[in-house]
Design a protein around this ligand. Structure first.
Ligand code: HEC
Length: 230
């Protein structure tokens, strides 16, 4: 008791009257954010768009690769190297969805995925491609609400020409790998391995707010009105 009185006295003596917790103090602990309004229709639409964009990227890359392989592995290597990034940008531009390909063993470091994709890859590391589960969800993050899709990519026989045992990679492919991807980590795969993932992300667009027409907008609550219970 004496101590408390003494400290109050000392504070007062220094010209700093002890203050009751005022608005400044209250402002330090903001009220909890109101629960986010979830619109199931907007969620489903964003998820469908993300799923579609991922499928389109997969089809575009595989289509181009299959076509180029007809000209031989060297030409196909050039096509993959020159066009994969452009095709990815094209799908992003056309769909408005952020899409990409990622892997823990990258050929092109640009393909490194966002954190949530890297987390999925790490969780599925070492599994055969067939055992890696597709992930498809709508989730609320500190940056907003997002539809996120991850589709596993499994190594097939045709991939080994450029991603298989380095000793078996044909010289025209090897030369380009050395020249274009000095840090290439994407070899040594076997058929059935999980190669990586195609991912897609789209922000959920909240349902349109009603027009701010004062004639139709609901009246704002009167601040002077007594608080209502319930
Ligand atoms: C003709 C050579 C070639 C073949 C065949 C090939 N790839 Fe690739 N792959 C590449 C090149 C080159 C890149 C780097 C492209 C870039 O710069 O974005 C690449 C990149 C990738 C990536 C992106 C991640 C990374 O490491 O940069 C994945 C995933 C991938 N390939 C999977 C496959 C799968 C699955 C197959 C078989 C269906 C396949 N590739 C067949 C040459 C090939």
């Amino acid at each position: 008791m004496t101590l408390i009185l003494l400290s109050s006295f000392l504070l007062a003596a220094c010209g700093e009257a002890p203050q009751a917790p005022g608005p400044e103090v209250a402002a330090l602990t903001p009220p909890p954010a109101p629960p986010e309004k979830v619109d199931p229709k907007a969620d489903a639409l964003a998820l469908a768009k993300a799923t579609d964009a991922g499928a389109r990227l997969g089809a575009a890359l595989k289509g181009r690769l299959t076509q180029a392989m007809v000209e031989g592995p060297g030409a196909a290597m050039t096509a993959c190297s020159d066009e994969a990034q452009g095709l990815t940008a094209q799908v992003r531009g056309e769909s408005g969805v952020r899409v990409g390909r990622a892997s823990l063993k990258l050929r092109n470091p640009t393909n490194s995925g966002p954190d949530w994709v890297q987390a999925w890859l790490t969780a599925n590391e070492g599994k055969p491609g067939a055992e890696a589960a597709l992930s498809s969800e709508v989730t609320t993050t500190p940056d907003g609400r997002f539809a996120r899709v991850i589709r596993p990519i499994t190594v097939e026989a045709g991939c080994l020409t450029c991603h298989g045992d380095p000793a078996a990679i044909p010289p025209p492919v090897k030369e380009q790998l050395t020249a274009r991807y000095p840090g290439d980590a994407a070899t040594g795969y076997k058929v059935g391995d999980l190669r990586g993932a195609i991912w897609a992300e789209l922000a959920v667009k909240p349902a349109a707010e009603p027009a701010a027409d004062p004639a139709t907008a609901p009246a704002a609550p009167d601040p002077a009105a007594p608080p209502q219970e319930g």
